[in-house]
Write a protein that binds this ligand. Structure first.
Ligand code: SF4
Ligand code: SF4
Length: 327
């Protein structure tokens, strides 16, 4: 059983690594695509639609436009599909999107592991400050939800989706990363340092996307469940939880912070005491995540809801104007 669980958890790492490789491939392909457009090359690579995963605000506006007008975002459809996938996974399988798929989550985990190697451990933030900081991601989420779902009409949202600003949002993001300002460098540098020192710093305190997925995940029928009878109260589960959840004191973990990483299950020395309760059984979790993800992406591709309607010719016209295009 223990070997089976070890195997299962390493399946998460395999999936994280695969997604990370796909993200690197998408990044490189997008840079080449933009360079080819800028240089007016005769042969131009296909724009990787997956780059839209990094436009979560655009996807939220796209969601509002879709709900209110019925029109599915034609400019960044893949971004909206990935948002819908993350929301669905959270409703069904807790925040597994964060711990199994999200490349920022993977990076965050890697930085925390680096911290453990360098300092022998990750540091902990005092409880009172931890509570305060955890509310930051909900405040950011509240601001976006308020601005998009209450401050914009459906027509405003649809107009934003079709706007030149949204059209070049992916290029602006690339330029931002390629020409980081000193403020951008300091902010990213601080997040990296804090992520090395404090496990899961970005996801736990700052990511509004994680906040949204966490709130939805409370409704998930799947929860980490502890068998009080067989628990030997060793506390290893709590010690290993990257989200500081007191697993050894809960019967069922309903916290929105639980990302379904299964670290606690892997650490538990007592057979069948901690389970990610589902009728499918543990090994099915990885399969479920893969099947649901593929289902979303393949259906979007088949039904024409994956590739942008912005043509190469349009990119050629708009690229020289990117710096002049504002909100
Ligand atoms: S409770 Fe278990 S599955 Fe949830 S975040 Fe903590 S270690 Fe991961
Ligand atoms: S690791 Fe397992 S046995 Fe130990 S406290 Fe947690 S649930 Fe109980």
């Amino acid at each position: 059983m223990y070997l089976k669980l070890r195997k299962h958890v390493s399946t998460r790492h395999v999936i994280q690594s695969l997604v990370a490789m796909i993200v690197v491939y998408i990044g490189i392909t997008f840079v080449i695509f933009i360079n080819q457009i800028a240089n007016n090359s005769t042969s131009i690579l296909n724009r990787p639609a997956g780059v839209e995963a990094f436009l979560p605000i655009s996807a939220l506006v796209g969601l509002k436009a879709w709900i209110t007008t019925g029109s599915f975002d034609p400019v960044h459809p893949a971004g909206l599909v990935i948002l819908l996938l993350a929301l669905t996974l959270s409703l069904l399988l807790k925040r597994t999107f964060c711990s199994w798929i999200c490349p920022i989550g993977t990076l965050s985990e890697g930085l925390a592991n680096l911290g453990k190697r360098v300092f022998g451990r990750n540091f902990t933030i005092p409880n009172w400050l931890d509570y305060l900081l955890r509310s930051v991601k909900y405040l950011i989420l509240f601001f976006f939800v308020l601005a998009i779902f209450f401050g914009m009409s459906g027509l405003d949202a649809a107009a934003f989706v079709q706007s030149p600003y949204n059209m070049v949002a992916d290029i602006k993001m690339l330029k931002f990363m390629q020409h980081l300002t000193s403020v951008g460098t300091i902010v990213i540098g601080m997040i990296v340092v804090f992520s090395i020192l404090y496990e899961n710093f970005w996801c736990r305190y700052l990511c509004p996307y994680g906040g949204l997925l966490g709130l939805l995940s409370v409704l998930s029928p799947y929860k980490i469940t502890r068998n009080r009878e067989s628990c030997i109260q060793c506390g290893k589960c709590t010690k290993r939880c990257p989200n500081h959840i007191l697993v050894d004191q809960a019967s069922r973990v309903s916290s929105p912070e639980c990302t379904g990483c299964l670290n606690c299950v892997q650490q538990c020395p007592s057979n069948d005491t901690l389970t990610f309760k589902s009728r499918l059984g543990l090994p099915a979790l990885a399969v479920s995540i893969l099947v649901i993800s593929l289902l979303f992406i393949v259906s979007a591709k088949i039904t024409g809801h994956w590739e942008t309607n912005v043509t190469v010719e349009m990119y050629k016209q708009i690229l020289p104007l990117v710096d002049q295009i504002g909100h």
